[in-house]
Each structure stands twice: as C-alpha cells, then as structure tokens.
Ligand binder design. Structure first.
Ligand SMILES: Cc1cc2nc3c(=O)[nH]c(=O)nc-3n(C[C@H](O)[C@H](O)[C@H](O)COP(=O)(O)OP(=O)(O)OC[C@H]3O[C@@H](n4cnc5c(N)ncnc54)[C@H](O)[C@@H]3O)c2cc1C
Length: 449
C-alpha cells in the first residue's frame, strides 16, 4: 500500500470510506475533530442497509451488536389515524433501530482492524495542493504534523469543511431543525412495539422509536424559531411540544426523559462535490430530511462509490470524478421529487408555514417520449466539444450511447447495452432518462425501420 488517501471526518461516511479504501488496497488515514465515542444522531436503518453493510464486510459484526430489529413504519400522516408499512415485503428483511454508540464503535474498530489509522482530536490547520497531491498540516492532540496524500475525502458531515475551503457553496432547501430527546425505562418490555412511529402535527412532525437497552428516541422536526418568546430549557420545550401529540405521547408511557439536544435537520446539497484530487461523501456532500431515514444509507453508499473513484483517480482515470458528481446529482433530484410527494400527502394544515413551505411541487422529471421499440441511431451532431451533457449525465455517458448507436437499435436495447457498458451501476429508470436526454439534445435520431 503506497498511495495515501486522507479522509477528514470520522462519522459513518468517513470511516466507511476509510474501510472501503483499505479493502481496495489504498492506505487511508482518518482525521476526526472530536473524541472517540462522541454522540451522533440517526438511529433507524431501512432494510436495504443490509446490502451496504455486507458489501463492507460489516454484516456479521452488525448482527452481533444486538441492534433492535424493526418490522416497519407506522405513520399518522395525512390522517389522524395510523397506517402501517411493513418491511415484511422487503427482500432484505427487517429494518433496524440502532444502539448508535456500538454501531459507531464497531465501524471504527473495523477501520483500525483493516490497518487504517484514525486520529481523534485532530484539526487540519493548512491544506495545500501540490504537484503530487496534497500537503496537509494538522494539529493532532497538540502535536503538529504534516501528511501527504494523493487524494482527499471530505467526510466532515454538515460542516462540509473541506469542500467549503476548496470553494464549494451550499444550496439550501429549507431551514428545518430537530429537537431530539432520548428516554429510558427501568421496565423491561416483553411486548415491545419496535416499529418506527411518525406523527405529523400542526407545526412539524415527530418520530419515535424504541432502541436497544430499554431506551427510546423521540424527536420533533420543525422550522425555526423553536420558541417565540422566552427561551424554555430544552427539556421543558420538548415536553410542551410532546404533550400536543397523540400517538407519540401514547408510545412514551413509562419512559423518563434523559437528554435533549437541538440539531439542524434541513435539506441541502453542495454545488460541487468533486474537484481535482478530492470529493465529498455523506452529509458533507448533501443532506436529506430525516423523514427519509436515508442519511446513514447515503453515507455508506457514497463511501463505497468514493473508494472506487479514488482507486480510478489514482490509477490515472480522472473521469471517475465526473461520474460520481453526476450520480450524486441524480440521487438528490430523486430525493427532492420523493420528498415533495411525501409532504404533499399531508393537507390538514395548509395555512401553517411549516406545511405551506413544503407543498411546492418537486423537480419535474424529464418526460419520456421514446417508446421501447422506437428505432434509434446516432446523429451527425459533433459531440467532441461537449464537456458535460447536464448535471446528471457526463460526457463519457453520452459517448457510451454514441458508441452503442452506431447502427440502428430499438430504444430498450440501447438502455440495456448502456447499463452493461457503464463502469458504474445505474438504475433502469436512470438509463432510460440518459437515452431520452441524448435524444432531446439531438445526439440521437429516429432510424428508419
Ligand atoms: C434529527 C436527525 C435524525 C436523523 N435520523 C436518521 C435516521 O434515523 N436514519 C438515518 O439513516 N439517518 C438519519 N439522520 C441522518 C444521519 O444522521 C446523517 O445523514 C449521517 O449521520 C451522516 O453521516 P456523516 O458521516 O456524513 O456525517 P457525521 O455523522 O456528521 O460525521 C461527520 C464527522 O466529521 C467530523 N468533523 C466535522 N468537521 C470536521 C473537521 N473540520 N475536521 C475533522 N473532523 C470534522 C465530526 O466530528 C463528525 O464526526 C438523521 C439526521 C438528523 C439531523
């Protein structure tokens, strides 16, 4: 292992990146600002996380850690009653409610077992681009050091510290914040309802879910300000809001309040997630509404993709950066469309600013006009000057379509050949969009039958 990748930030995204990098033969070092064992939010994992944890070789350790299996989601959203979405139909089994501390500790242990170093209490004091890569001055628990890296990964979460330093700007979609409480009970519950409960209220929404070791998390999402007049202590404020719920209050029964914090929970993306010799992962690149319960999955998925990009970049293929950026852009557009659909299902308080602000339609997906059997071939359009088709598609994606369509083919075959030809996996839906985009831009034309 010779090429060093420096990962800044040791949350899920940073540590998973370091692990995936080691597994691909690159030497990673993680620089984490906080101490080991620092509290992080986010406790629910949807079933698909099993696939990502398995890809990272973490599944067996995950199961051994005793997280609580979660059979589904119960929602009071759009109606005062409850409807249930069971995970029983998921091919990956149950979702999970995490003991977040042991989840983070296991991941950090796996990184160290894979021979990567994690430096805690560490700050980057200077970052210089050199001809060979990066020269990084750090302060690690008071010791000044200089590290050299071929590639940098920004995994600093909502701080996006390195991306900002390198010129990226944040595009913000709302101002949501979270009032999060952890509770516990002495009573061991033998008949525990381990579903994730979601309840919409006039000025926001709640989630509440039991955790391992007789604990519970119950959090309120709203727009600022959380309190209009005298600022109440957080515990009182949380209780004042909680007693206005119906289902969350019922669920809390014997649980006693242990701790309450406030955290930002808004959606955003950075306008750049890659640059020469760097990229960002997890929340450093973009953050989703906790309603999606997708933050940890997104962190794991981007970490796996980032490690592949680093390998290709260090091997001399810098086009991998553009593909990564286009993939994240697609994911964010997809997320915005889903978020909008979900919020539009709640119409009980149309005049409340929290709901009014979230009722706008999401981005309109490109209209698919091509039929599967439509015969297509490439046009004479000179594509050599194209640098980027648009934000979700790269020049090399287009070049692949161009190569496939040298001879006439039905659209469905263009789609399936494109999926085989690209070096990264993309969904059917996205491949169909690529072909439609290429057609709409005049790069493909109808071929006579
Ligand atoms: C209220 C709330 C509830 C949520 N619930 C869920 C949920 O149920 N399920 C889910 O999947 N997701 C959930 N999420 C989202 C999820 O928590 C995040 O998406 C995920 O933790 C992001 O991981 P990360 O590694 O990118 O960032 P983080 O976990 O924030 O890690 C970033 C790390 O970088 C370090 N750092 C920051 N700046 C620097 C610096 N300059 N130098 C060095 N280190 C630095 C930080 O100390 C931190 O350790 C929730 C989020 C919120 C706000």
């Amino acid at each position: 292992m010779t090429n060093k990748v420096v990962v800044i930030g040791g949350g899920v995204a940073g540590n998973a990146s370091a692990l995936a990098l080691q597994q691909r033969g690159l030497q990673a070092v993680v620089l984490e600002r906080a101490e080991p064992g620092t509290l992080r939010v986010g406790e629910h994992l949807s079933p698909e996380s099993r696939l990502l944890l398995s890809n990272l070789g973490l599944w067996d350790a995950f199961v051994a850690d005793g997280h609580l299996a979660c059979p589904g989601v119960r929602s009071s959203w759009g109606t005062p009653g409850i409807y249930e979405r069971e995970y029983i139909f998921s091919p990956y089994g149950d979702g999970w409610n995490l003991d977040r501390c042991s989840f983070d500790n296991s991941l950090a242990r796996a990184v160290e077992d894979a021979d990567a170093e994690i430096l805690y209490n560490t700050r980057v004091t200077s970052l210089i681009r050199t001809r060979e890569g990066w020269s990084i001055e750090i302060d690690a628990e008071g010791r000044k050091m200089t590290l050299f890296a071929s590639f940098l990964v920004d995994a600093t979460g909502r701080a996006s510290a390195i991306s900002r330093k390198l010129g990226a700007k944040r595009i913000v979609y709302d101002r949501q914040q979270a009032l999060i409480a952890w509770l516990s009970t002495q009573k061991a519950n033998t008949d525990l309802d381990a579903t994730l409960l979601i309840e919409a209220v006039e000025d926001g929404w709640w989630y509440a879910t039991p955790l391992p070791n007789n604990r519970m998390v119950a959090a309120f999402m709203t727009d600022p300000p959380l309190h209009s007049s005298s600022p109440l202590p957080l515990g009182k404020l949380w209780t004042e809001k909680m007693v206005r719920t119906k289902h969350v209050q019922n669920r809390l029964g014997d649980y006693q309040l242990d701790d309450v914090i406030v955290r930002p929970a808004n959606s955003y993306r950075m306008d750049r997630v890659v640059g020469d010799g760097w990229l960002s992962v997890g929340d450093a690149a973009m953050a989703f509404d906790p309603l999606s319960s997708m933050g940890i999955n997104k962190a794991l998925r981007s970490a796996l993709a980032a490690a592949n990009v680093a390998v290709r970049y260090i091997g001399g293929d810098s086009s991998a950066l553009a593909s990564y950026s286009a993939d994240l852009c697609w994911d964010f557009e997809d997320y915005l469309a889903k978020r909008s659909t979900f919020y539009q299902q709640e119409n009980r308080w149309p005049d409340q600013p929290f709901w009014r602000n979230r009722q706008q339609p999401g981005p309109v997906k490109r209209k698919i006009t091509l039929q599967p059997q439509t015969m297509l071939r490439r046009s004479d359009f000179d594509h050599t000057n194209i640098t980027q088709m648009n934000s979700v598609m790269t020049k090399s994606d287009y070049e692949s379509i161009h190569g496939i369509c040298e001879t006439p083919l039905p659209a469905f075959q263009v789609v399936s050949q494109l999926k085989q030809r690209l070096t990264r996996p993309i969904s059917d839906e996205r491949a169909i969009h690529f072909v439609q985009i290429a057609f709409d831009h005049g790069l493909l034309k109808y071929a006579p039958i």
